[in-house]
Each structure stands twice: as structure tokens, then as C-alpha cells.
Write a protein that binds this ligand. Sequence first.
Ligand code: FAD
Length: 485
Amino acid sequence: MSSINTYPPFPMPTINYKAALQLDWIVVGGGISGLATAFVLQKAGHRVRVLDRLKKLGTPASGLRVPPNLSKIFKQWFGEEALSKVAVRNVGTPWIDINTGERIGYHPWKPVVMKETGGDFLMMHHEDVQKMLYKLATDVGVKVEFGVDVASVEAGDPKPRVILANGEVLTADMVVGADGATSIVRQTAFGIEDDAVQGGVTLLGGIAPAEEMLKDPVLGKMVLADEWPIFMGTIGACHPVRAKKEFAIQLFVPTSEGGPQNDGKESFYEVIPTSAIDISSYADDVQRLLKMVPYFTRSRYMKRSKEVTDWMDKSCRIVLIGEAAHPWFPGGSHTTSMVVEDAVVLGTLFSHLDSWSQVKPFLYAYQEIREGRTKAVKQEELTNTILVHLPPGPERDARNLHMATPATEADWDDSMLQRELANFAGIFCYDASDAAEEWWVDWGRYSHRPSEERERETRLSFLYSSAVVSSESVTAPLTGEGKKQ
Ligand SMILES: Cc1cc2nc3c(=O)[nH]c(=O)nc-3n(C[C@H](O)[C@H](O)[C@H](O)COP(=O)(O)OP(=O)(O)OC[C@H]3O[C@@H](n4cnc5c(N)ncnc54)[C@H](O)[C@@H]3O)c2cc1C
């Protein structure tokens, strides 16, 4: 097969510089975005403390997808060997009707296309990602404190204040709100009331043991395949995790189904027994699989009336990241990659910090780089979700026909591979570090010296040209004529 090379094969390493001005940061929230942010900032020379209200790492969770735009970051951070011990590489997605069990189609994730993106499409357990990020962050010196509940955050003079539920007040040079979709930082420091309303879907996430699945001829094949099967109708997405020792299942149940499977809060802390879920309408294979899951976490998709318009507060000392800045929907396939990309962009920008005057432009640049991308990717994911969820009818029939179109190996010629790459390039080929460095090279470095220093240089060159140099004249304010006021 000839090459379809279009994109640079080597991703840009993350965080290549140490900031000359090193600040104290408090990160509220030790989820994936909080830990990733803490790691990159500390690596960039800053001092970072993370506060999370959870008592410990390792609450019940399920699977998540690590698309190439994220796996290339993870490969650098964790190394291939550590990743291969817990991740499974996805080679294809079978499309299956959840009610009949009928296989509608198959989408191969072609290795040659994946290679062009610079990464792999991996499937992992949420807890593994969080634990690996925790180790990464603490190994470079981040201080992570659990059991710390933040009640509010407010701008200070000049340092922002973090008020804990126990009344203690902490300060830092900068505060990051990485406290998820229901962010208390967003509500208190930004004054944004949370007007979340039901979004129409509940996510049930669970884990089946591979040991059990291997006793079943159909399910045994499923756990051993390097695949990400997607059940359509009520959406069920599932895949092996932890090097195929476990199988993660996520069911996206529409509100119309009612019952305990469609209740609860927007959190990942509610656990319900499998027996509480009505699975009677699903195909036999699906029912057998679900019965192997001891319990499910239940989380709800909530809609908010407005996007967060400013990701930094007026003082430019408090900034939102991850789902605190752009709430997603639970179980999204791009959520993890988006929040880690946020972190890489913020960390990369602040690795160039040498003056307080850069903080504001850096925060604006961070939002500028990230906002458009997160909106576009979320829209794409919502569109795909609607397609997978289509109710019976002509639209669903047309979709199935399209998905069923067989593509033999011979069909995958250069032009088809190019089309395939073009479909995914926008999302998968993105390099967060590159995006931030590009901004720095194009815009940031021109203002990289402290403003007083630049002002001083301007004055000096003016005074040299006027031949009136004195130490007093270069430090005192000047009028436009080059004279003291
Ligand atoms: C326990 C848990 C399990 C999850 N399991 C899955 C899963 O299996 N599959 C999946 O696709 N997604 C899962 N998610 C969601 C996924 O982590 C997010 O969608 C995504 O990674 C965005 O991460 P985030 O860091 O922005 O937000 P979150 O993951 O929501 O992290 C926010 C963190 O902030 C902490 N926090 C919130 N408020 C406060 C406060 N006031 N004071 C101190 N700390 C606070 C929370 O304890 C949490 O650790 C889970 C989230 C959590 C919290």
C-alpha cells in the first residue's frame, strides 16, 4: 500500500521550558483535568497543590476512550510499556442493534490511518488513568490532598482566596477550578448560577470480569477482541480494559425509559445494583453481559442554558479548566482528551512565564485556543450520538444501510484511506502542545519580556538618540518629548 502521509508523524513533546517566574497554584479538583493540569504546571517550574473532596482515589468507575490526540500525550507521559499494561488498542467498532443483537456493520480503525494521526485509539479504565496521572503529578512534586472540600473561591487583593468547608482560608498566586461540571469555583468566583436541567439521558457505567465472560462463547470472544462494540438504539458502548482482564460497559438510557435506570444526579458517586435496571428489551447476549456486572454507577446528562463566556475571572488569577469550563455529557468519547488537551495548553503557555504582565494574555490565549476546539468536538460527538440513537423509521433504515455497506480489504485503496483520514484528521491529528507553542511563537514571545523592561529599553533607545542619558532619566516617567514630567 502506498503512503498516505499528510501529517507530521511525530507529536510535539509536552512542556519543554521552565518558567522564569514560578508561581504558587491551588488546583481545586483532583480529577483527570486537575491532575493533568497540576502535572504540566509543576513540570513548567510552578508549585502546585491539588485539593479534592474525595476521601481517596479509586471510587467505582467504568471505561473511557483515549483517541490518538490523547494517546500521543499519554505515550510521552506514561511510556509505551506502562500504557500497554492497562490499555487495549482498538482496531474496530462493530455496530450492533441492542434489541435484536443483529450486527449492522463494522468500522475498522485502519492502522495506516491511525499511524498518520501520530497516536493509537486506546481503551482504558477511568481509575487507571486517574491513578497514573496522580503518580505522574506527585512524582514531579505536586502536593495532592484528599478529603478537602472547597466551599468557595473568591478574588483577593491580590491573591485569590480558597475557602474550605471547615472554614479554613488558603491563598495562592493563582487558582484553577478543575472541579468538574458542577464546579463550585464557577459558581462562587465567577458568580455563574448553575441552571442545569435534565438533558434526557442517564449514563450507567459498569465493569464485567473477563473471567466470567470467558465462560460464555459469545461474550468470551467479545472480551478478547481488540474492539469497541457499539450497541445502537439505547446506546451501549463497551470495550475491554486493564489488558482484557475486565470489560467496561456504558449504557446511555433515554429518559423515556423511566425507572431506576433513569433517575439520580449529575455525579459519578451513585451506585445502583444491576437488578434495579430493566434489561428485558435487550438482546440475549446483552442481557447475559449486563447480568455479569455487579453494580453500575449512575450519572445524568444535564443541559445548561449558556456556555461559560469567560474562563478566567476579572482579576485574572482564577481560571477554569476541563468540565468546569465546558461541561460535557457523561461517558463522552472525547471528554478525557479535551480536558487533558486543556491542561497541556495551559501548562505550555505558563512554561513561558517570566513576568506578571503575561498572565492575562496567557489566560486569554488559553481560552482562545481551547474554546473553539472543545465546542466543535462536542458538537461532532452529539451529532454522532443522535445518529447511533435513531428510533425505528426510515432514517434509521438509511443509516443501517449505509453502515452495512461492505468495505473489503481491496476497497481500502489510497483514496478511501485519504477520505478516512480526512474524516478524523481534525480531531485526531491535533497536537495540544503544538497549538500552544504556535501561539507563543506567533504572538506570545513578542511580549515575553516584562513590560517595565521593554519600557526601559524603549526609553533608553529614545534617550540614546537624544544623547541625554542619565540613570535618573531612564527610570523616571517621560513625556512624549523625552523630558521629565
Ligand atoms: C469519581 C468519578 C468517576 C468517573 N468515572 C468515569 C468513567 O468511568 N467514565 C467516564 O467516561 N467518565 C467518568 N468520569 C467523568 C470524567 O472524569 C470527566 O468527564 C472528565 O474526565 C472531565 O474531568 P474533570 O477533571 O474536568 O471533572 P471530574 O472528573 O468531574 O473531576 C472533578 C473533581 O473535582 C472534585 N471536586 C468537585 N467539587 C469539589 C469541591 N468543592 N472541593 C474539592 N474537590 C471537588 C471531584 O471530587 C472530582 O475529583 C468520572 C468522574 C468522577 C469524578
